[in-house]
Design a protein around this ligand. Structure first.
Ligand code: F6R
Length: 610
């Protein structure tokens, strides 16, 4: 969602901040702005739309400065226009604030401040912060004292940076529920909501914890709690690599990430799948191994693509390991007063590790006594920190807004957890051996599918004008149908629905005519014949069938208008392979329709509001 970058040092600040904001573009935003300090004054420049618009505005008449803060906003309170864009200022234009998160009690505070004479210029919750700080920023008070006092009145989440014209030698930063990192350079500091805005300047960072704030100057920084108790800082080396957050030879991050999947799946298995011993080692679950193996049932929560991964996880764990599994949308979990308690395991799946709904579900389960474990990509994220154990998927930074490589890595990790449980529960050595081998061979099979890209591109050209799509799959491929439809919706803006293939005749069949492309995932597995019957039903109504079928399936040639070939694998691992053509199909259709694939409208990479 929103992004924050701040710079204080000896270099020209605006290019550093703009460059940092560009690194955060992938998170999704609809307006951007910067505030810069120059000769005891703050200048704010903001624009609705893309950073390029802001950059163009900054090209004219901007003074040279060495302190600046910037923001990309994803609208929550108020439309995505210039006045609602951050930074926000107080009445006297002496304080500027950029903020990620949501101030829940902003309406009551705004009323009070308004009655006290403050004049508001936006509809945002953030502007309240600027005026509240102003209220406390009286003579003989410094900025950090004023920020500290203001924050004690705030209910909600924030990652924020504040500057004041009166104290141009410092940035004041604070965190509660929204990440904030301080990058430590040579006589300079870069603060940001995401390490990808820092890594090209320095690898040394420290992260604020919730309830902490810091005063950052050119040459030093000091962290304290909101109650003004000093906190010792813990400096870490970033493992992030610049190449990982650059597009390289690819036209879009999404395409790069689709093509990275053979490697990312390998990385998810590396050191964990011990092929020679038919064994799985998951260090992050060692200390809770007995609890996992003894669990009465497992509940898996997630949102969007991560929820689709959870649905596949349900098939894997129930069918292979024999454990009862329930899957729930994170956003629904706590509102249905779930019956969950000690003896239950809750796995939270999240790429970003910052999804507010998933965090809320985890907290609910924890309060009720369940063991809460994470399946997360971003190391050190809030989901990772609030989990009692878990498994990182190690997919590397996912920049494209539409999740691709994280999905296949989540499935790989779910398969590993399943095998770990299955082995302990005494699944036959023969079966285990087969599963281990099949899993181990997946990256090569994904490579084979990627080699069919040109064929998928042709299919995309043929169907790019469609206004609706249906995706059908059965068993573990039903969630793949959902995922294929979600990818298409997100990046091409074509309406698409995923259905269990047999469910089609209970309603959606009414939509089928000669205009309707129907993507059917039809691997040669135990329910192949049933899927073929569903394809016949589509054909009988003149629907246009695009089949995802195995290489040795000749029967399908008489039934489908277009076919993408995928290698065979063990049925429940099929989703890892079958989703690849659907990712590519969505990608090529979106490109053909001229959509900005990496930053589709209205979407944010990490949805940190409930
Ligand atoms: C879809 C997509 C979203 C996310 C969802 C959960 O392409 O990216 O549906 O999967 O917002 O995000 P995480 O996994 O970060 O919790």
């Amino acid at each position: 969602m929103c992004g924050i970058v701040g710079y204080i040092g000896t270099r020209s600040a605006v290019p550093v901040v703009l460059n940092g904001l560009r690194r955060l573009e992938y998170r999704g935003y609809d307006s951007a702005g910067v505030a810069l300090l120059h000769e005891g004054q703050i200048t704010v420049v903001k624009r609705a739309g893309k950073i390029a618009e802001l950059e163009a505005a900054l090209r004219t008449s901007i003074p040279e400065c060495t302190v600046a803060i910037g923001h990309t906003r994803w609208a929550t309170h108020g439309q995505p226009n210039e006045s609602n864009a951050h930074p926000h200022m107080d009445c006297r234009n002496e304080i500027a604030v950029v903020h990620n998160g949501v101030i829940e009690n902003y309406a009551a505070l705004k009323r009070k401040l308004h009655d006290a004479g403050h004049v508001f210029r936006s509809e945002t919750d953030t502007e309240v912060l600027a005026h509240l700080i102003e209220q406390f920023y009286v003579r003989d008070t410094n900025l950090e004292q004023a920020v500290r006092r203001a924050l004690t009145q705030i209910k909600g989440t924030y990652g924020l940076v504040v500057v004041a014209a009166r104290e141009p030698d410092k940035l004041v930063v604070a965190r509660n529920g929204s990440p904030l990192a301080i990058g430590i350079g040579d006589n300079e500091h870069i603060v940001a909501s995401d390490a990808s805005a820092i890594v090209e300047h320095t690898r040394r960072v420290t992260y604020l914890e919730d309830g902490e704030m810091a005063v950052v100057t050119c040459g030093s920084f000091s962290i304290s709690t909101l109650a003004d108790v000093p906190v010792e800082n813990f400096v870490q080396e970033l493992t992030l690599n610049l190449q990982e957050i650059e597009r390289g030879e690819y036209e879009h991050f999404m395409l790069k990430e689709i093509h990275e999947q053979p490697d990312t799946i390998r990385n998810a298995m590396r050191g964990r799948l011990i092929v020679e011993k038919d064994e799985v080692k998951l260090g992050g679950l060692d200390h809770v191994r007995d609890t996992v193996l003894g669990a009465k049932r497992i509940v898996i929560v997630g949102c969007g693509t991560s929820w689709h991964a959870a649905l596949v996880g349900e098939y894997l764990m129930e069918q292979i390991a024999g454990v009862p599994v329930e899957v729930e949308y994170s956003s629904e979990f706590r509102y249905r007063h779930p019956i969950i308690g000690s003896g239950d395991i809750l796995f939270a799946i999240s790429q970003s590790g910052e999804t507010a709904d998933t965090l809320a579900a985890m907290r609910e389960a924890k309060v009720k006594g369940a063991t809460v474990l994470g399946i997360v990509n971003v190391v050190g994220s809030t989901v990772a920190r609030e989990s009692q154990g878990g498994v990182y998927i190690h997919a590397g930074p996912e920049i494209g807004v539409a999740s691709t490589k994280a999905f296949t890595s989540q499935l790989t990790v779910l398969a590993l957890i399943t095998l770990m449980i299955a082995r302990a529960k005494g699944v036959s050595r023969e079966k285990l051996s087969l599963l281990v081998r099949e899993l181990h061979e997946l990256p090569e099979k994904v490579e084979q599918v990627l080699r069919t890209s040109d064929r998928i591109k042709e299919i995309a050209q043929k169907y790019k004008g469609a206004t609706n799509f249906l995706y059908l799959g059965r068993g573990a491929n039903f969630p793949v149908a959902l995922e294929g439809a979600l990818k298409l919706k997100e990046i091409s803006y074509i309406h698409a629905e995923g259905y269990p293939a047999a469910e089609m005749k209970h309603g959606p069949i009414a939509l089928i005519d000669e205009q309707m492309p129907v993507v059917v995932i039809a691997p040669k597995d135990a329910i192949y014949e049933k899927v073929i019957s569903n394809i016949q039903e589509v054909r009988a109504r003149k629907g246009r069938v695009i089949a995802i079928a195995n290489e040795d399936d000749h029967e399908i040639e008489h039934l489908a208008e277009d076919i993408v070939r995928v290698p065979r694998t063990y049925g429940f691992f099929g989703p890892i392979i079958n989703v690849i053509p659907l990712q590519l199909l969505a990608y090529y259709i979106a490109v053909a329709r001229g959509v900005n694939v990496d930053q589709p409208r209205n979407l944010a990479k990490s949805v940190s509001v409930e």
